[in-house]
Design a protein around this ligand. Structure first.
Ligand SMILES: C[S@@+](CC[C@H](N)C(=O)[O-])C[C@H]1O[C@@H](n2cnc3c(N)ncnc32)[C@H](O)[C@@H]1O
Length: 205
């Protein structure tokens, strides 16, 4: 494990330093299979009868998923508050630079009401005292019927990131605001998440 100057994941400098130093053990290097299936089911480029969702990727990092969603004609924005992450995303996703935005998740405002928020390694990037804020912001950003879909790192950890969350705590956070519609094991996790990652779809009440 390399030595770093910044130790607070609430500070963009923490993430800048890790992206700049190429220490990104969470980075999948591509799109997870389960997301491919979700996007294929709502591929507006392949089927003109499908309405393209308005989507957000918070804390997008390298933003591989942005490419896939844009190819499916989704109206999607990837945001990250780290300048180094944004630089990285621009190298990965060359075709849609205007859809990569440097912004803080807690203050960013959508131009249109969202249909989908995609979660991967964002909740677990933040310490537990931030989780109620994250859940609240997800709920504010998604109108009734909107979908919070993605990967959740379950099982409490002593330290992080990644900070694992107890299943009961996740349910306490989300169940008042969302209904759980899918909860599946993940077959293609990275070692850092293996055996503890679940694909979940939470529908905004
Ligand atoms: C562990 S990385 C995950 C990146 C990406 N989602 C992935 O799956 O590879 C967490 C990311 O969240 C970003 N982040 C953390 N807090 C944020 C905030 N308040 N607003 C926007 N981005 C944030 C960090 O800069 C970092 O790129």
């Amino acid at each position: 494990m390399p030595e770093f100057d910044h130790r607070d994941p609430l500070d963009p400098a923490f993430w800048d330093e890790r992206f700049a130093g190429n220490f990104t053990p969470w980075d999948r290097g591509g799109v997870p299979d389960r997301l491919r299936r979700l996007v294929a089911a709502r591929d507006a480029a392949a089927d003109p009868a499908v309405t393209a969702p308005v989507a957000l990727i918070p804390g997008a990092g390298s933003a591989y998923e942005l490419d896939l969603m844009c190819e499916a004609a989704w109206d999607v924005v990837a945001i990250d508050f780290s300048a180094a992450a944004i630089e990285r995303a621009h190298k990965v996703v060359k075709r849609w630079p205007e859809r990569i935005v440097q912004a803080d998740f807690f203050s960013w405002q959508p131009e249109r009401p969202l249909d989908v928020i995609y979660e991967r390694a964002f909740l677990c990037a933040l310490p537990p005292d931030q989780w109620p804020r994250v859940a609240q912001r997800w709920a504010e950003l998604l109108p009734g019927g909107g979908l919070l879909a993605g990967f959740f790192f379950l099982g409490a950890t002593d330290k992080g990131p990644p900070f694992g969350i107890d299943r009961t705590m996740l349910e306490q956070l989300l169940a008042p605001l969302f209904t759980l519609e899918a909860d599946e094991a993940v077959g293609d996790s990275l070692p850092v998440f293996e055996g503890r990652e679940r694909w979940m779809e939470w529908r905004r009440k």
